[in-house]
Design a protein around this ligand. Structure first.
Ligand code: TYD
Ligand code: MG
Length: 453
Protein backbone atom coordinates (compact mmCIF):
# COMPACT_ATOMS: atom_id res chain seq x y z
CA UNK A 1 0.00 0.00 0.00
CA UNK A 2 0.99 3.59 0.05
CA UNK A 3 1.68 3.94 -3.68
CA UNK A 4 -0.78 6.29 -5.26
CA UNK A 5 -1.91 4.87 -8.56
CA UNK A 6 -2.95 7.44 -11.12
CA UNK A 7 -6.19 6.53 -12.78
CA UNK A 8 -7.91 7.93 -15.84
CA UNK A 9 -11.60 8.62 -15.82
CA UNK A 10 -13.69 8.98 -18.96
CA UNK A 11 -15.51 12.32 -18.94
CA UNK A 12 -18.29 10.86 -21.05
CA UNK A 13 -19.22 7.60 -19.33
CA UNK A 14 -17.31 7.78 -16.03
CA UNK A 15 -15.41 4.49 -16.57
CA UNK A 16 -12.01 4.26 -14.85
CA UNK A 17 -8.77 2.91 -16.35
CA UNK A 18 -5.18 2.52 -15.18
CA UNK A 19 -3.73 3.51 -18.52
CA UNK A 20 -4.42 6.51 -20.69
CA UNK A 21 -5.62 6.03 -24.22
CA UNK A 22 -6.91 8.36 -26.90
CA UNK A 23 -10.23 6.61 -27.07
CA UNK A 24 -12.33 5.36 -24.19
CA UNK A 25 -12.41 1.54 -24.37
CA UNK A 26 -15.84 1.59 -22.75
CA UNK A 27 -17.90 4.18 -24.64
CA UNK A 28 -15.59 4.60 -27.68
CA UNK A 29 -15.52 8.39 -27.41
CA UNK A 30 -12.29 10.13 -28.46
CA UNK A 31 -10.17 12.25 -26.15
CA UNK A 32 -12.31 11.89 -23.05
CA UNK A 33 -9.90 10.23 -20.58
CA UNK A 34 -8.73 12.58 -17.86
CA UNK A 35 -6.19 12.02 -15.12
CA UNK A 36 -7.67 11.49 -11.70
CA UNK A 37 -5.90 10.92 -8.37
CA UNK A 38 -7.58 9.12 -5.52
CA UNK A 39 -9.39 11.66 -3.35
CA UNK A 40 -8.91 9.68 -0.14
CA UNK A 41 -5.48 8.32 0.70
CA UNK A 42 -5.20 4.92 2.34
CA UNK A 43 -3.90 6.67 5.49
CA UNK A 44 -7.27 8.42 5.97
CA UNK A 45 -9.33 5.30 5.58
CA UNK A 46 -10.74 3.75 8.70
CA UNK A 47 -10.28 6.92 10.75
CA UNK A 48 -13.84 8.17 10.57
CA UNK A 49 -16.10 7.26 13.47
CA UNK A 50 -18.84 4.89 12.37
CA UNK A 51 -22.42 6.05 12.82
CA UNK A 52 -24.25 3.55 15.05
CA UNK A 53 -26.99 1.57 13.36
CA UNK A 54 -30.64 2.09 14.30
CA UNK A 55 -33.69 -0.14 14.26
CA UNK A 56 -35.89 0.32 11.23
CA UNK A 57 -38.87 0.84 13.54
CA UNK A 58 -37.14 3.78 15.19
CA UNK A 59 -36.68 5.73 11.98
CA UNK A 60 -39.23 8.48 11.57
CA UNK A 61 -40.23 9.57 8.10
CA UNK A 62 -42.63 12.34 7.19
CA UNK A 63 -44.52 10.92 4.25
CA UNK A 64 -46.34 14.20 3.64
CA UNK A 65 -43.17 16.19 3.32
CA UNK A 66 -43.35 16.67 -0.45
CA UNK A 67 -43.72 20.23 -1.63
CA UNK A 68 -46.14 20.21 -4.57
CA UNK A 69 -45.21 22.66 -7.30
CA UNK A 70 -48.86 22.91 -8.34
CA UNK A 71 -47.94 22.35 -11.98
CA UNK A 72 -49.64 18.99 -12.61
CA UNK A 73 -47.38 18.08 -15.55
CA UNK A 74 -44.27 18.71 -13.44
CA UNK A 75 -45.55 17.18 -10.21
CA UNK A 76 -46.59 13.95 -11.92
CA UNK A 77 -43.10 13.38 -13.31
CA UNK A 78 -41.55 13.97 -9.89
CA UNK A 79 -44.03 11.67 -8.18
CA UNK A 80 -46.16 14.34 -6.52
CA UNK A 81 -43.85 17.27 -5.84
CA UNK A 82 -40.32 17.92 -4.66
CA UNK A 83 -39.01 16.01 -1.69
CA UNK A 84 -37.04 18.09 0.86
CA UNK A 85 -33.39 17.05 0.97
CA UNK A 86 -33.45 15.38 -2.43
CA UNK A 87 -31.35 16.38 -5.43
CA UNK A 88 -32.83 16.46 -8.89
CA UNK A 89 -30.74 16.71 -12.05
CA UNK A 90 -32.51 18.37 -14.97
CA UNK A 91 -30.66 17.57 -18.17
CA UNK A 92 -31.33 18.75 -21.68
CA UNK A 93 -29.95 20.45 -24.80
CA UNK A 94 -28.94 24.08 -24.47
CA UNK A 95 -31.89 26.32 -25.29
CA UNK A 96 -34.54 23.70 -24.61
CA UNK A 97 -35.98 25.70 -21.69
CA UNK A 98 -34.34 24.31 -18.53
CA UNK A 99 -33.76 27.74 -16.97
CA UNK A 100 -37.24 28.84 -17.93
CA UNK A 101 -39.07 25.88 -16.44
CA UNK A 102 -37.10 25.96 -13.19
CA UNK A 103 -37.68 29.68 -12.79
CA UNK A 104 -41.39 29.01 -13.28
CA UNK A 105 -41.27 26.20 -10.74
CA UNK A 106 -39.56 28.44 -8.17
CA UNK A 107 -42.02 31.23 -8.90
CA UNK A 108 -44.95 28.90 -8.21
CA UNK A 109 -43.47 27.55 -4.99
CA UNK A 110 -42.26 30.95 -3.73
CA UNK A 111 -45.76 32.38 -4.24
CA UNK A 112 -46.93 30.10 -1.43
CA UNK A 113 -44.41 31.48 1.01
CA UNK A 114 -41.75 28.77 0.58
CA UNK A 115 -38.20 30.16 0.72
CA UNK A 116 -36.67 29.73 -2.76
CA UNK A 117 -33.23 30.49 -4.19
CA UNK A 118 -32.11 30.59 -7.82
CA UNK A 119 -28.34 30.50 -8.29
CA UNK A 120 -27.40 31.62 -11.77
CA UNK A 121 -23.94 30.60 -12.92
CA UNK A 122 -24.42 31.63 -16.53
CA UNK A 123 -26.58 34.72 -16.60
CA UNK A 124 -26.39 38.09 -14.87
CA UNK A 125 -28.99 39.33 -12.39
CA UNK A 126 -30.38 41.57 -15.13
CA UNK A 127 -30.79 38.66 -17.53
CA UNK A 128 -32.56 36.60 -14.87
CA UNK A 129 -34.85 39.53 -14.12
CA UNK A 130 -35.65 39.91 -17.83
CA UNK A 131 -36.57 36.26 -18.13
CA UNK A 132 -38.67 36.52 -14.98
CA UNK A 133 -40.44 39.48 -16.61
CA UNK A 134 -41.27 37.42 -19.69
CA UNK A 135 -42.92 34.74 -17.60
CA UNK A 136 -44.76 37.17 -15.34
CA UNK A 137 -42.61 36.77 -12.24
CA UNK A 138 -41.19 40.30 -11.71
CA UNK A 139 -42.90 40.51 -8.35
CA UNK A 140 -41.93 37.03 -7.18
CA UNK A 141 -40.52 36.61 -3.67
CA UNK A 142 -37.74 34.27 -4.79
CA UNK A 143 -34.09 35.19 -4.17
CA UNK A 144 -31.51 35.24 -6.94
CA UNK A 145 -27.76 34.97 -6.70
CA UNK A 146 -25.08 35.09 -9.39
CA UNK A 147 -22.25 32.86 -8.26
CA UNK A 148 -20.18 29.98 -9.56
CA UNK A 149 -17.73 29.13 -6.78
CA UNK A 150 -19.13 26.15 -4.91
CA UNK A 151 -17.73 27.42 -1.60
CA UNK A 152 -19.72 30.63 -2.01
CA UNK A 153 -22.88 28.80 -3.08
CA UNK A 154 -22.60 26.62 0.03
CA UNK A 155 -22.24 29.74 2.16
CA UNK A 156 -25.34 31.30 0.58
CA UNK A 157 -27.31 28.07 1.12
CA UNK A 158 -26.24 28.04 4.76
CA UNK A 159 -27.14 31.70 5.29
CA UNK A 160 -30.45 31.83 3.38
CA UNK A 161 -31.61 28.31 4.26
CA UNK A 162 -33.91 27.98 1.23
CA UNK A 163 -36.35 25.06 1.09
CA UNK A 164 -36.03 24.78 -2.69
CA UNK A 165 -32.92 25.84 -4.62
CA UNK A 166 -31.76 25.74 -8.24
CA UNK A 167 -28.13 25.75 -9.39
CA UNK A 168 -28.04 26.62 -13.10
CA UNK A 169 -25.85 25.02 -14.37
CA UNK A 170 -23.62 22.48 -12.62
CA UNK A 171 -21.13 22.63 -15.51
CA UNK A 172 -20.30 26.21 -14.60
CA UNK A 173 -19.74 25.60 -10.90
CA UNK A 174 -16.11 25.33 -9.78
CA UNK A 175 -14.29 24.52 -6.59
CA UNK A 176 -11.00 26.13 -5.63
CA UNK A 177 -9.63 22.75 -4.59
CA UNK A 178 -9.44 21.42 -8.14
CA UNK A 179 -7.52 23.08 -10.94
CA UNK A 180 -9.22 21.38 -13.86
CA UNK A 181 -11.59 23.60 -15.87
CA UNK A 182 -15.29 24.13 -15.20
CA UNK A 183 -17.35 21.35 -16.73
CA UNK A 184 -14.61 18.72 -16.38
CA UNK A 185 -15.55 15.49 -14.71
CA UNK A 186 -13.60 16.27 -11.54
CA UNK A 187 -15.06 19.73 -11.10
CA UNK A 188 -18.59 18.61 -11.80
CA UNK A 189 -18.47 15.58 -9.51
CA UNK A 190 -16.72 17.41 -6.63
CA UNK A 191 -19.13 20.35 -6.80
CA UNK A 192 -22.22 18.21 -7.21
CA UNK A 193 -21.19 16.01 -4.28
CA UNK A 194 -20.67 19.03 -2.04
CA UNK A 195 -23.98 20.60 -3.06
CA UNK A 196 -25.92 17.34 -2.73
CA UNK A 197 -24.55 16.72 0.75
CA UNK A 198 -25.27 20.26 1.89
CA UNK A 199 -28.83 20.06 0.53
CA UNK A 200 -29.45 16.73 2.22
CA UNK A 201 -28.19 18.05 5.52
CA UNK A 202 -30.28 21.21 5.33
CA UNK A 203 -33.40 19.40 4.06
CA UNK A 204 -33.38 21.60 0.97
CA UNK A 205 -34.73 20.28 -2.34
CA UNK A 206 -31.99 21.01 -4.87
CA UNK A 207 -32.28 21.18 -8.65
CA UNK A 208 -29.06 20.94 -10.67
CA UNK A 209 -29.19 21.92 -14.32
CA UNK A 210 -26.99 19.89 -16.68
CA UNK A 211 -26.40 20.69 -20.34
CA UNK A 212 -26.25 17.91 -22.87
CA UNK A 213 -24.29 18.09 -26.10
CA UNK A 214 -25.16 16.65 -29.49
CA UNK A 215 -22.93 13.64 -28.79
CA UNK A 216 -24.97 12.74 -25.72
CA UNK A 217 -23.98 13.83 -22.25
CA UNK A 218 -21.35 16.45 -21.61
CA UNK A 219 -18.62 15.94 -19.03
CA UNK A 220 -20.28 15.15 -15.78
CA UNK A 221 -23.95 14.49 -16.00
CA UNK A 222 -23.58 10.80 -16.86
CA UNK A 223 -21.49 10.32 -13.74
CA UNK A 224 -23.84 12.65 -11.91
CA UNK A 225 -26.75 10.32 -12.47
CA UNK A 226 -25.42 8.06 -9.72
CA UNK A 227 -25.01 10.93 -7.33
CA UNK A 228 -28.48 12.43 -7.45
CA UNK A 229 -31.86 11.04 -6.42
CA UNK A 230 -33.77 11.93 -9.54
CA UNK A 231 -32.76 12.51 -13.16
CA UNK A 232 -35.13 14.38 -15.44
CA UNK A 233 -34.65 14.88 -19.16
CA UNK A 234 -36.18 17.78 -21.00
CA UNK A 235 -36.59 16.95 -24.66
CA UNK A 236 -38.24 18.13 -27.83
CA UNK A 237 -38.64 17.23 -31.42
CA UNK A 238 -36.52 19.56 -33.50
CA UNK A 239 -38.13 22.83 -34.56
CA UNK A 240 -41.21 22.18 -32.47
CA UNK A 241 -42.45 24.13 -29.53
CA UNK A 242 -43.51 20.95 -27.73
CA UNK A 243 -41.33 19.90 -24.78
CA UNK A 244 -41.44 16.57 -22.99
CA UNK A 245 -40.19 16.11 -19.44
CA UNK A 246 -39.40 12.55 -18.41
CA UNK A 247 -37.80 10.94 -15.41
CA UNK A 248 -35.10 8.40 -16.25
CA UNK A 249 -34.25 7.76 -12.61
CA UNK A 250 -36.37 8.47 -9.57
CA UNK A 251 -35.58 7.12 -6.13
CA UNK A 252 -38.88 8.45 -4.88
CA UNK A 253 -41.33 7.90 -7.71
CA UNK A 254 -42.14 6.16 -10.98
CA UNK A 255 -39.86 6.63 -13.97
CA UNK A 256 -42.21 6.26 -16.88
CA UNK A 257 -44.33 9.35 -16.30
CA UNK A 258 -44.03 12.19 -18.77
CA UNK A 259 -45.01 15.83 -18.58
CA UNK A 260 -45.85 17.78 -21.71
CA UNK A 261 -45.23 21.51 -22.16
CA UNK A 262 -45.34 24.02 -24.94
CA UNK A 263 -42.84 26.90 -25.22
CA UNK A 264 -44.72 30.14 -25.71
CA UNK A 265 -43.77 33.82 -25.67
CA UNK A 266 -44.53 33.83 -21.94
CA UNK A 267 -42.59 30.78 -20.87
CA UNK A 268 -43.69 27.16 -20.79
CA UNK A 269 -47.36 26.31 -20.83
CA UNK A 270 -48.56 22.99 -19.50
CA UNK A 271 -50.33 20.83 -22.05
CA UNK A 272 -52.97 19.03 -20.05
CA UNK A 273 -54.52 17.27 -23.05
CA UNK A 274 -51.47 16.13 -24.98
CA UNK A 275 -53.35 13.57 -27.11
CA UNK A 276 -55.23 16.39 -28.83
CA UNK A 277 -52.00 18.15 -29.65
CA UNK A 278 -50.24 15.01 -30.90
CA UNK A 279 -53.08 14.34 -33.31
CA UNK A 280 -53.74 17.96 -34.31
CA UNK A 281 -52.15 17.93 -37.75
CA UNK A 282 -53.03 14.39 -38.71
CA UNK A 283 -54.64 13.54 -42.03
CA UNK A 284 -56.86 10.50 -41.36
CA UNK A 285 -57.10 9.69 -45.08
CA UNK A 286 -53.32 9.39 -45.54
CA UNK A 287 -51.85 5.95 -45.96
CA UNK A 288 -49.08 4.92 -43.57
CA UNK A 289 -50.69 6.64 -40.59
CA UNK A 290 -52.15 4.71 -37.66
CA UNK A 291 -53.22 6.09 -34.28
CA UNK A 292 -52.56 4.11 -31.15
CA UNK A 293 -53.19 4.58 -27.47
CA UNK A 294 -50.02 4.11 -25.47
CA UNK A 295 -49.46 4.08 -21.71
CA UNK A 296 -47.00 6.66 -20.44
CA UNK A 297 -46.85 5.88 -16.74
CA UNK A 298 -50.29 6.26 -15.28
CA UNK A 299 -51.74 8.01 -18.30
CA UNK A 300 -52.94 6.90 -21.73
CA UNK A 301 -51.74 9.03 -24.63
CA UNK A 302 -52.94 8.98 -28.20
CA UNK A 303 -50.16 9.22 -30.74
CA UNK A 304 -49.83 8.80 -34.47
CA UNK A 305 -47.35 6.29 -35.88
CA UNK A 306 -46.31 7.20 -39.40
CA UNK A 307 -44.56 4.90 -41.85
CA UNK A 308 -43.21 5.45 -45.31
CA UNK A 309 -42.30 2.37 -47.31
CA UNK A 310 -41.04 2.63 -50.87
CA UNK A 311 -38.86 0.88 -53.42
CA UNK A 312 -35.22 1.17 -52.38
CA UNK A 313 -33.04 3.45 -54.48
CA UNK A 314 -29.82 1.62 -53.54
CA UNK A 315 -28.85 -2.01 -53.23
CA UNK A 316 -28.98 -1.75 -49.43
CA UNK A 317 -32.39 -0.52 -48.37
CA UNK A 318 -32.46 2.51 -46.11
CA UNK A 319 -34.21 2.19 -42.76
CA UNK A 320 -34.67 4.86 -40.15
CA UNK A 321 -36.95 5.05 -37.16
CA UNK A 322 -37.69 7.72 -34.57
CA UNK A 323 -39.89 7.17 -31.56
CA UNK A 324 -40.05 3.37 -31.80
CA UNK A 325 -37.56 0.68 -30.81
CA UNK A 326 -35.38 -0.27 -33.80
CA UNK A 327 -35.17 -3.95 -32.80
CA UNK A 328 -38.93 -4.15 -32.51
CA UNK A 329 -39.23 -2.47 -35.90
CA UNK A 330 -36.86 -4.98 -37.56
CA UNK A 331 -38.77 -7.82 -35.99
CA UNK A 332 -42.07 -6.45 -37.25
CA UNK A 333 -40.67 -6.08 -40.77
CA UNK A 334 -39.75 -9.79 -40.76
CA UNK A 335 -43.06 -10.83 -39.24
CA UNK A 336 -44.95 -8.88 -41.92
CA UNK A 337 -43.04 -10.67 -44.67
CA UNK A 338 -43.40 -14.10 -43.19
CA UNK A 339 -46.89 -14.01 -41.74
CA UNK A 340 -48.74 -11.58 -43.97
CA UNK A 341 -46.86 -12.15 -47.22
CA UNK A 342 -45.87 -8.50 -47.58
CA UNK A 343 -42.47 -8.42 -49.30
CA UNK A 344 -40.44 -5.67 -47.70
CA UNK A 345 -36.93 -7.07 -48.20
CA UNK A 346 -35.76 -4.51 -50.74
CA UNK A 347 -37.90 -1.58 -49.63
CA UNK A 348 -36.76 1.55 -47.88
CA UNK A 349 -38.72 2.07 -44.67
CA UNK A 350 -39.04 5.06 -42.38
CA UNK A 351 -41.03 5.28 -39.18
CA UNK A 352 -41.82 8.35 -37.14
CA UNK A 353 -43.97 9.02 -34.11
CA UNK A 354 -45.53 12.44 -34.50
CA UNK A 355 -44.93 14.95 -31.71
CA UNK A 356 -41.60 13.60 -30.47
CA UNK A 357 -43.08 10.92 -28.21
CA UNK A 358 -41.34 7.56 -27.80
CA UNK A 359 -43.52 4.49 -28.00
CA UNK A 360 -41.42 1.58 -26.80
CA UNK A 361 -44.05 -0.78 -25.45
CA UNK A 362 -45.08 -4.01 -27.22
CA UNK A 363 -48.68 -2.78 -27.45
CA UNK A 364 -47.43 -0.53 -30.25
CA UNK A 365 -46.50 -3.54 -32.45
CA UNK A 366 -49.88 -3.78 -34.16
CA UNK A 367 -50.18 -0.09 -35.08
CA UNK A 368 -46.56 -0.17 -36.28
CA UNK A 369 -47.18 -3.19 -38.50
CA UNK A 370 -50.41 -1.68 -39.81
CA UNK A 371 -48.72 1.65 -40.61
CA UNK A 372 -45.99 -0.19 -42.56
CA UNK A 373 -48.50 -2.34 -44.44
CA UNK A 374 -50.75 0.65 -45.08
CA UNK A 375 -47.91 2.63 -46.62
CA UNK A 376 -46.65 -0.36 -48.63
CA UNK A 377 -50.07 -0.98 -50.16
CA UNK A 378 -50.98 2.69 -50.30
CA UNK A 379 -54.26 1.97 -48.53
CA UNK A 380 -55.31 4.14 -45.61
CA UNK A 381 -56.15 2.47 -42.32
CA UNK A 382 -59.78 2.42 -41.14
CA UNK A 383 -60.96 6.01 -40.64
CA UNK A 384 -61.52 7.03 -37.03
CA UNK A 385 -59.93 3.88 -35.58
CA UNK A 386 -57.13 3.20 -33.13
CA UNK A 387 -55.05 0.02 -33.15
CA UNK A 388 -53.51 -1.65 -30.12
CA UNK A 389 -51.83 -5.04 -29.72
CA UNK A 390 -48.63 -6.96 -29.24
CA UNK A 391 -47.52 -9.06 -32.21
CA UNK A 392 -45.61 -12.31 -31.70
CA UNK A 393 -43.12 -13.92 -34.07
CA UNK A 394 -45.81 -16.27 -35.33
CA UNK A 395 -47.96 -13.32 -36.34
CA UNK A 396 -50.36 -13.85 -33.44
CA UNK A 397 -51.85 -10.72 -31.87
CA UNK A 398 -51.58 -10.84 -28.10
CA UNK A 399 -53.64 -9.13 -25.44
CA UNK A 400 -52.23 -6.01 -23.78
CA UNK A 401 -52.60 -4.51 -20.32
CA UNK A 402 -54.90 -1.65 -19.34
CA UNK A 403 -57.10 -1.78 -22.42
CA UNK A 404 -59.86 0.22 -20.66
CA UNK A 405 -57.57 3.17 -19.89
CA UNK A 406 -56.31 3.18 -23.46
CA UNK A 407 -59.72 3.03 -25.10
CA UNK A 408 -61.40 5.47 -22.73
CA UNK A 409 -58.85 8.06 -23.78
CA UNK A 410 -59.51 7.24 -27.45
CA UNK A 411 -63.27 7.52 -26.97
CA UNK A 412 -62.83 10.81 -25.13
CA UNK A 413 -61.12 12.20 -28.22
CA UNK A 414 -63.90 11.05 -30.54
CA UNK A 415 -62.55 7.74 -31.81
CA UNK A 416 -65.39 5.29 -32.38
CA UNK A 417 -63.61 2.12 -33.44
CA UNK A 418 -60.68 0.11 -32.27
CA UNK A 419 -58.70 -2.80 -33.66
CA UNK A 420 -57.73 -4.83 -30.62
CA UNK A 421 -56.38 -8.30 -29.76
CA UNK A 422 -59.18 -10.89 -29.56
CA UNK A 423 -58.15 -11.46 -25.95
CA UNK A 424 -59.08 -7.87 -25.09
CA UNK A 425 -62.33 -7.73 -27.09
CA UNK A 426 -64.73 -8.10 -24.18
CA UNK A 427 -63.23 -5.33 -22.09
CA UNK A 428 -62.81 -3.17 -25.19
CA UNK A 429 -66.53 -3.37 -26.00
CA UNK A 430 -67.29 -1.61 -22.72
CA UNK A 431 -65.27 1.43 -23.74
CA UNK A 432 -65.75 2.09 -27.44
CA UNK A 433 -68.67 1.56 -29.82
CA UNK A 434 -67.08 -0.54 -32.59
CA UNK A 435 -64.53 -3.19 -31.78
CA UNK A 436 -62.66 -5.20 -34.42
CA UNK A 437 -61.02 -8.10 -32.61
CA UNK A 438 -58.07 -9.70 -34.43
CA UNK A 439 -56.27 -12.95 -33.67
CA UNK A 440 -53.41 -12.61 -36.09
CA UNK A 441 -51.65 -10.33 -38.49
CA UNK A 442 -53.48 -11.60 -41.54
CA UNK A 443 -56.85 -10.64 -40.06
CA UNK A 444 -55.46 -7.24 -39.12
CA UNK A 445 -53.99 -6.43 -42.52
CA UNK A 446 -57.28 -7.44 -44.20
CA UNK A 447 -58.87 -4.45 -42.46
CA UNK A 448 -56.68 -2.15 -44.55
CA UNK A 449 -58.68 -2.65 -47.71
CA UNK A 450 -62.01 -2.11 -46.01
CA UNK A 451 -62.38 1.66 -45.78
CA UNK A 452 -65.66 1.46 -43.90
CA UNK A 453 -67.36 -1.42 -42.19
P1 TYD B 1 -33.78 28.60 -21.70
O1 TYD B 1 -34.68 28.36 -20.56
O2 TYD B 1 -32.77 29.68 -21.58
O3 TYD B 1 -33.04 27.25 -22.11
P2 TYD B 1 -31.86 26.46 -21.38
O4 TYD B 1 -31.77 26.95 -20.00
O5 TYD B 1 -32.29 25.02 -21.47
O6 TYD B 1 -30.62 26.68 -22.17
O7 TYD B 1 -34.73 28.83 -22.95
C1 TYD B 1 -34.17 29.33 -24.09
C2 TYD B 1 -35.10 29.45 -25.26
O8 TYD B 1 -36.46 29.60 -24.94
C3 TYD B 1 -34.70 30.69 -26.01
O9 TYD B 1 -34.48 30.28 -27.35
C4 TYD B 1 -35.82 31.62 -25.86
C5 TYD B 1 -37.00 30.75 -25.58
N1 TYD B 1 -38.02 31.35 -24.72
C6 TYD B 1 -39.30 31.51 -25.21
O10 TYD B 1 -39.61 31.17 -26.35
N2 TYD B 1 -40.27 32.06 -24.39
C7 TYD B 1 -39.99 32.46 -23.13
O11 TYD B 1 -40.89 32.96 -22.42
C8 TYD B 1 -38.65 32.30 -22.64
C9 TYD B 1 -38.30 32.74 -21.25
C10 TYD B 1 -37.69 31.75 -23.47
MG1 MG C 1 -30.18 28.05 -19.16
Amino acid sequence: MGRKQTTYVCAECGATFYRWSGRCPNCQQWDTLQESRPAVSSRDQGRAVATPSVKLTEIEVDYNARIPVNMPEFDRVLGGGVLPGSTILLAGDPGIGKSTILLQVLGKVAARGVECLYVSCEESLGQVKMRAGRIGLEESALSVSVENAVENILAILAADRPQVAVVDSIQRVVTRGVDSPAGSLRQVSMCATALTEAAKEAGCALFLVGHVTKQGMMAGPRALEHLVDTVLYFDSEKFQSLRILRAVKNRFGAINEIGVFEMTGQGLREVLNPSELFLAERDPAASGSVVTSTMEGSRALLVEIQALVGPGAYSTPERKVTGVDYRRFSMMMSVLERQAGIELGRSDAFVNVAGGVRVYEPAADLPLVLALASSFRNQPFLGGAVAIGEVGLGGEVRAVSRIEDRLNEAARLGFERAVVPAGNAKAAARCISQVHPVRNLLQATKLLGAASM
